[in-house]
Design a protein around this ligand. Structure first.
Ligand code: CAA
Ligand code: FAD
Length: 387
């Protein structure tokens, strides 16, 4: 087993680390407080290949693999979780989804501007009444009598980058009588008539990542903008989420790493009862538990990325590896940020330090791209074959 990385993987990690430390970390608190969308930082990330890491150069991306993506994602998330959410949806859900399932024409037209960072992509599966039970969606796409376009009506909720996206990968019912097999995937151009955005949601954490409800009222999609065959949309949505969950696992690892490193430094510097708090065994136990979980989460995430890279050659599914990584890493982020606040005492609770932000940001990793309960369901179904 070889734990070393390639030159290209180390290069993208380095690019991400530089931008994270020089541009994102110094502005993270401002964006958390104001809830503004960090357009300039995202533009810079795009110019440096971070918005389409696994996209081949011919479609505007950096042409790296999933391991390289994970390394870069960890660096960005360690500086600010909200930036990494925007990066994750753009890279894995939108770009990789279209790369895997789109036609040649769709890739050139709809991946290139998003992978190169000129515009932002989003992914719309969830609806007000259907989150975990994603196939219970109601948004309808009806084929026109002349067969040239679909007419879409319905709502999608919680759409990350919804307020700013140029293109959105949309899942809608083309045949409700068939349930999950009646769902199809489409590309939405948000500048066309019939597309509406709701208010940006106020949130506990990742406040600079803009999220909103979107609505379609007699919105027309040309048939050429359907992704894959009719009825294949749910499988496309699920396979895209397999890749997306690796990105969220990496995000959780980055966040946990930042909280862990701050805690080690504080344990060495903060004195109580005349000695550094890191000399107390109760603090040492916390540091040891944080370190073990952080390393395990990192390795599970890299294993999932490796499995995804193998899948490009073999076609084998990597759903279990992705869900294991997402579940463990997100619960690790909660555990580590919780312990980190405790190690910092009152300062952990203060907005003068980033610990309280890490703690608020960590919670979302257990909710989006499938809650922890849904990851457990996916893992157990895959392991037992039972439903
Ligand atoms: N790859 C390919 N196909 C898959 C698949 C996968 N990973 N998972 C399931 N399928 C196929 C199944 O094989 C099945 O096909 P057949 O009938 O031909 O066998 C079909 O899809 C339906 O599968 P299920 O019967 O398992 O579907 P279900 O209704 O029981 O739901 C679920 C399964 C795992 C609960 C799924 O609904 C799910 O993942 N829910 C969570 C939704 C979610 O993660 N949403 C995230 C939204 S995006 C987001 O959150 C972004 C962000 O915040 C940043
Ligand atoms: P529900 O499905 O109503 O679940 C409520 C509770 O019940 C949860 O604890 C859940 O785990 C549990 N539960 C449900 N079913 C089961 C079961 N079978 N077994 C055990 N427990 C169960 N969606 C998108 O499509 N695109 C996006 O870009 C996007 N971005 C998001 C950004 C943010 C900040 C947030 C908060 C959400 C985002 N989502 C997005 C939606 C997200 O994926 C859903 O919120 C998530 O999948 C959970 O769905 P729900 O909120 O409807 O909860």
């Amino acid at each position: 087993m070889d734990f070393s990385f390639t030159e290209e993987q180390l290069m993208i990690q380095d690019v991400a680390r530089r931008i994270a430390q020089e541009k994102i970390a110094p502005t993270a608190e401002h964006f958390d407080r104001s809830g503004e969308f960090p357009s300039e930082n995202i533009r810079l990330m795009g110019e440096n290949g971070l918005m389409g890491i696994e996209v081949p150069a011919e479609y505007g991306g950096a042409g790296l693999d999933a391991v390289g993506y994970v390394l870069a994602m960890i660096e960005i998330a360690a500086a600010d979780c909200a930036h990494s959410t925007i990066m994750s949806v753009n890279n894995t859900l939108y770009c990789n989804g279209l790369l895997k399932h789109g036609s040649e024409e769709q890739k050139h037209r709809y991946v290139t501007p998003i992978a190169s960072g000129q515009a932002i992509g989003a992914y719309a599966l969830t609806e007000p009444q259907s989150g975990s039970d994603a196939s219970a969606m109601r948004c309808r796409a009806v084929l026109s009598a002349d067969g040239t376009h679909y007419v879409v009506n319905g709502k999608k909720s919680w759409i990350t980058s919804g307020p700013v996206a140029k293109y959105i990968m949309l899942f809608a019912m083309t045949d409700p009588s068939k349930g999950a097999k009646g769902i199809s995937a489409f590309i939405v151009d948000t500048e066309r008539e019939g597309f509406f955005r709701g208010k940006t949601e106020p949130k506990l954490g990742i406040r600079a990542s803009a999220t909103c409800e979107i609505e379609f009222v007699d919105y027309k999609i040309p048939v050429e903008d359907r992704i894959g065959p009719e009825g294949e949309g749910f499988k496309i949505a699920m396979s895209v989420l397999d890749a997306g969950r690796i990105g969220i696992a990496a995000q959780a690892v980055g966040l946990a790493r930042a909280a862990y490193e701050a805690s080690v430094a504080y344990a060495k510097e903060r004195k109580s009862f005349g000695q550094p708090i890191g000399t107390f065994q109760m603090i040492q136990a916390k540091i040891a538990d944080m370190k073990c979980r952080l390393d395990a989460a990192t390795l599970l995430t890299l294993r999932a990325a490796w499995a995804k890279d193998q899948s490009a050659k073999t076609g084998a599914r990597f759903s279990t590896e992705a869900s294991v990584a997402k579940l463990f890493a997100s619960e690790t982020a909660m555990f580590v940020t919780h312990q980190a606040v405790q190690i910092h005492g009152g300062m952990g609770y203060s907005k003068e330090m980033p610990l309280e932000r890490y703690f608020r940001d960590a919670k979302i990793t257990e909710i989006y791209e499938g809650t922890s309960e849904i990851q457990r369901l996916v893992i157990a179904r895959n392991e037992t074959g039972l439903r």
